[in-house]
Structure formats: C-alpha cells, structure tokens
Ligand binder design. Structure first.
Ligand SMILES: *Cc1c(COP(=O)(O)O)cnc(C)c1O
Length: 374
C-alpha cells in the first residue's frame, strides 16, 4: 500500500496505485521490438483522445516535461523569413514568447490582461496587418489563472490567414474533451503527468503529418528538440531518437488503459464534480476567485489571498501538506493568489476531506472565517 496524497497543484497529479505499480517491470532495452510495439499503440491512442484522424494527424513523443513541447513546436514549425504570433493572456503563453526570444525568432507578443479573454478583433487585425505570420500559438487553459481561451475561434482566424495553429493543451488534454478537427487545431500537446494521470518525463505532440513533413526543409534551430527529426526517426524505426523514459512509458500505457476504461465523458464529469466541490468549499469559507466563473476552464481555481493579518500561505500549506493535501502558490505577478486544481485520480469526497483540513488550518492560525477582504 502506497500512501495516497491528494495533489491539488496543477500537475503532476494524483495517480492510481495501478499506474504507480506499472513502472515496476523487468529490465528491458528500449530498442527491443516489444518496446517499440508498445510505443506504436501509445502513439495511436494519443490520437484517439483528441479524435484525430490517423490519416491526417500523427503523434510524436519526447523525453522531457511539458515545456519541451512548446519549445519543439515553436522552433521547428516556422519557415525561413516568417513570423510567429503569440496570443498571450497568461504565464504559459509568455513562456512561448520567451522561447521565440531565446531562439531569436521574429514574433509578435500580443498581450491581453491575464483575467480577460483575448480580443478576436485585435487578433484578426494583427493577422491582416502582418501577412508574414506563419504560426499562431496560444494556450487552451492558462494554468496560471484557470481561464479558458477560445481556441476554436483563434484557430479559425489563423487558418483564414494561412497560418499554422499550435495550442498548448497541457492542462486540458485528456481532461476537457478536445476534437482537433472541430477545434481547428493543427498541433496540440501535453505531458503524461497531467490529464493522463501518469508519471513525469514523457511529453507528446499531436499534429498534422503534412505540416511536419513540410517542416523537413525549415531551418533547424535545435538538435535535441526538432519535431521533424523525432517524427522521422519514429516513422523509420518505431523508436525514440534518444533514450526514452522507459518506466514512465509503462506507466503511461497503464494510464491510457484506465483513461479509456473510465471514458472521456465520465472522466470530464468527475473533474467537473471535483471542480464544483472546490468552488462550493471556497464559497462556504468566503474565498474569492480571480477569474469570472463562466470563463474558467473547469480545472484550476486561482484564489485571492485574504486580507487577514494572520494569513500566511506557507503555514497553511504546511498544515495541509502534513495531512496529505498539497495546495499550490499562484502564478500572477501583481496579485497574491494560490491555486486549487481538479486534476488527477481524485473525486468529490477528497475535496470534502480537504476542506475539513483547510478549515481546521484557518482556525488553528486564527484566520477569520468567513475570509476577510478589504
Ligand atoms: C504544466 C504546463 C506546462 C508544462 O510545464 P512543465 O513544468 O514543463 O511540465 C505547459 N503548459 C501548460 C499550460 C501547463 O499547464
């Protein structure tokens, strides 16, 4: 029996014991056919999660955390002489803009307030004023705040102006239902420790095969993180170019089995139950959210710190942590916030148990209930 911790941070998420135990396997060289066969199935299952037609889309695996996917898409999919548009209303799109900066790529960082939806008219004007934009990138659920971006509409604009649309779906993939065809997605991405509820170390991109093949002749800006190179190696050999995260891949195989067993709809309903329980618990204590509820993606709640002299996030965190519940700091520079997330193998009853502990913590540190705001 492994101690069960309830992780309310935005990934890695709470996993099932069967996923944890799937890592304990006989030693194997990942260049064996047995291992390649497993990755082949895994790659095709990743397409099924976002309902991608295998004649049009493929998936490519990388060894790394989720950020590797953003790096790979940005550095690999831009033709010579063209520009990237980052639709940016939060920390993860800012990360994409930084990646453009680090590679020295021409880009427009189109910023919107972090608590607001991006303005589609401004996006369209930017595209029509800059016909050299060949790639539009944004984030589906800005995990820093929990806001859900209108990817379908942004994707339609990207396509209207002949640009490729890449979306960071790291905090929605295998949680919130996605259909790459309906949602106008050319490339989406995630890593195994988030929606799939597996382990860290495996990341993957689902994208249009024809675009990857066209990128063969684009400038090569990274050796380790090139999308065409990794895709081509998989197609020719069935293997990852460099050493894969072997045990993580076994855990991901098990996690995919559990994903299909639970089912897209039932899983999303469970996350929604958890999310609603988080809101109910926060409401009862009088906490306030940063993002309007109707704009939240249903997975992350950013909560504003109380204006209470006794409030100390670290103390409250430590109190909860000792009792098996992990809460997480915010990612907003101008407001003090913490986050509670609905990811992972948890359900409503775990959230109810958490709020018993949180309430105890507030009482223990003499923080007033209901929560005080000035
Ligand atoms: C978690 C996450 C990532 C990846 O972060 P890593 O720390 O590299 O795993 C990227 N984008 C979004 C939206 C995320 O939620």
């Amino acid at each position: 029996m492994i101690k069960r911790n309830i992780l309310l941070n935005p990934g890695p998420s709470t996993t099932t014991d069967s996923v944890k135990m799937a890592q304990v396997v006989p030693d194997i060289c990942p260049r064996e056919r047995e291992f390649a066969d497993m990755m082949k199935d895994l790659r095709s299952d990743l397409l099924k999660i976002v309902h991608a037609n295998p004649d049009e889309y493929t998936s490519v695996l990388f060894c790394g955390s989720g950020t590797i996917n953003i790096d790979v898409c940005i550095n690999s999919l831009l033709p010579e002489g063209k520009k990237i548009l980052v639709v940016n209303n939060g920390a993860y799109s800012s990360r994409a803009a930084e990646i453009c900066e680090y590679y020295g790529l021409p880009y427009i960082d189109l910023k919107f307030p972090i608590d607001q939806l991006p303005d589609l008219e401004v996006i369209e004007k930017t595209l029509s004023d800059n016909p050299d934009i060949a790639l539009v990138h944004t984030t589906h659920n800005e995990t820093g705040t929990g806001i859900l971006n209108p990817i379908k509409e942004i994707g339609a604009l990207a396509h209207k102006y002949n640009a490729v649309f890449t979306v960071d779906t790291t905090s929605t993939f295998a949680m919130r239902p996605i259909n790459v065809h309906d949602d106008n997605i050319d490339f989406c991405m995630a890593s195994a420790q988030k929606g799939l509820m597996a382990m860290t170390g495996l990341s993957f991109i689902v994208g249009k095969t024809s675009i990857i093949e066209a990128s063969k002749n684009y400038p090569k800006r990274s050796y380790y993180c090139n999308l065409y190179m990794q895709y081509d190696f998989f197609e020719r050999t069935g293997e990852m170019h460099f050493t894969p995260p072997v045990q993580t891949i076994y855990a991901t195989r098990q996690a995919l089995n559990e994903y299909f067993q639970e089912g897209e709809k039932a899983k999303w309903e469970r996350h929604t139950r958890v999310f609603n329980a988080i809101h109910a618990g926060l409401d009862e204590l009088g906490f306030k959210d940063v993002i309007k509820r109707e704009w939240q993606a249903g997975l992350v709640v950013s909560v504003i710190y109380p204006d209470d002299p006794n409030w100390d996030f670290i103390k409250v965190h430590d109190y909860c942590y000792k009792r098996g519940f992990t809460i997480y700091p915010g990612k907003i520079s101008n407001t003090n916030t913490f986050r509670l997330c609905a990811l992972g193998a948890i359900d409503e009853s775990d959230i109810n148990d958490f709020f018993v502990v949180l309430k105890e913590a507030l009482k223990h540190f003499n923080i007033s209930i209901p929560i005080k705001y000035n």
